[in-house]
Design a protein. Structure first.
Length: 170
């Protein structure tokens, strides 16, 4: 089972063609686990240390979902205060006043449905993105296996039954 792999998201065609983009200084939650740092948005979904750290929690969920806090250093109330004088186009105002460098598709879609600063602040503090599945084992940085016997390896730690596959670890 892959421990360090990306996760797929049902991005739109337009979003899939935009390439890799980092989300920095965010908090991402999955179930009871919470991690802080950077997340990489890719054509297929998400990858990076944050998503890798949440892998075990995500695999334990029936329907995996991540919750992103784009402004973890601000409370919901602080974000609202920054929007007090905004009269229209709350999405553009929020991006400027909250200094959001990038706006992922999920945040954009939910923002268009919300007309008020209260709802925008909620979306910025808790953007829920459902995940489809982990990426294939072949793309994993490492995986958790059953272990092996020394008799299955040659002197170069290559598996007898799988030439070209080498083992390392404890």
């Amino acid at each position: 089972m892959a421990d360090n792999c990306g996760w797929e998201v049902a991005w739109t065609h337009h979003y899939r063609t935009r390439g890799r983009r980092p989300l920095q200084n965010i908090v991402v939650r999955a179930g009871n686990c919470e991690v802080t740092g950077e997340l990489m948005l890719t054509r297929y979904g998400m990858e990076g240390t944050l998503i890798y750290q949440l892998g075990r929690a995500l695999r334990g969920m029936g329907r995996p979902v991540v919750e992103i806090d784009f402004k973890p250093t601000f409370t919901h109330e602080q974000l609202l205060r920054k929007m007090e004088s905004a009269k229209r186009n709350f999405v553009a105002e929020a991006r400027q006043r909250w200094r959001l460098r990038r706006r992922p598709r999920q945040f954009s879609r939910s923002s268009m449905a919300h007309r008020f600063a209260e709802q925008l602040a909620r979306a910025a503090k808790n953007c829920r993105i459902p995940l489809l599945r982990p990426r294939p084992l072949a793309e994993a940085i490492f995986h958790r296996g059953r272990g092996g016997r020394g008799s299955e390896l040659d002197e170069f730690f290559m598996l007898h039954q799988m030439p070209g596959v080498f083992c390392a670890g404890e």
